[in-house]
Design a binder for this molecule. Structure first.
Ligand code: CA
Length: 230
């Protein structure tokens, strides 16, 4: 699966520098020179995984573009391209919608590393040999339909519960910190409390454990988090 990146930058030479390097790193790119252009491109290309947004633009600032994207899409990854230290102050103040930021001048390697990290977080892209199923008897997780079966019987899960189970099955036997679960499932820019993890896991246990008061699938790692299995 090829990854698609929107590059919003009004300075043509910087934009082509970024585009050339992203293409070399195996990305598909879509270019935009104004904020409006970027929003139009996103509508035309709903499969864009990551948007790189320059801050200083002729028609609107990059933060406004970010806000407008986030108003309709929480899935896409957003990286702000900032030029000056004062813009960086603004970034930290306005991290509401952006996932990350990169300060100019940046090296192509730095930029692609940040995009790669974000793609992993936002798409959870399956490995090429992925059959679409994770088997962990008595459970079977279907990653295409986002469904879970226990002993062949469908367990009805919310999207969040599904994401938690998927995270555990990708990390069988590994203790996961509550903060780690929060970041992976709710996203880094979620401002709620870590308690939401406990609430969801309590509900999940009722659905999947043989005896929810004595869990054997999702076990507690005291003072740390949770683990799949012992
Ligand atoms: Ca600019």
């Amino acid at each position: 699966m090829s990854k698609k990146v929107l590059v919003l930058e009004d300075e043509a030479n910087i934009r082509s520098f970024i585009v050339i390097n992203l293409k070399r790193a195996g990305y598909e790119t879509v270019e935009a020179g104004t904020g409006q252009d970027a929003l139009d491109q996103l509508r035309r290309n709903p499969d864009i995984n990551v948007a790189l947004l320059d801050v200083m633009l002729p028609d609107m600032d990059g933060f406004e573009v970010c806000r407008r994207i986030r108003a309709g899409d929480n899935r896409i990854g957003i990286i702000m391209l900032t030029a000056r230290t004062q813009e960086m102050d603004k970034v930290t103040g306005l991290m509401t919608g952006a996932d990350d930021y990169v300060t100019k001048p940046f090296s192509p390697a730095e930029l692609t590393a940040r995009i790669d990290a974000l793609c992993r977080r936002t798409t959870g892209e399956p490995a090429p040999a992925d059959t679409g199923e994770i088997s962990c008897p008595p459970f079977l997780l279907n990653t295409r339909n986002r469904t879970l079966e226990k002993n062949g019987q469908r367990v009805k899960l919310t999207q969040v519960e599904y994401s938690i189970v998927k995270l555990f099955m990708d990390n069988i036997g590994k203790a996961l910190a509550r903060e780690e679960i929060l970041d992976a499932v709710w996203g880094k820019d979620y401002f709620g409390e870590v308690k939401i993890v406990d609430v969801n896991i309590r509900r999940l246990r009722i659905k999947i454990e043989d005896d929810p008061t004595n869990p054997t699938y999702i076990t507690t790692v005291w003072g740390y988090g949770y683990k799949w299995g012992f």
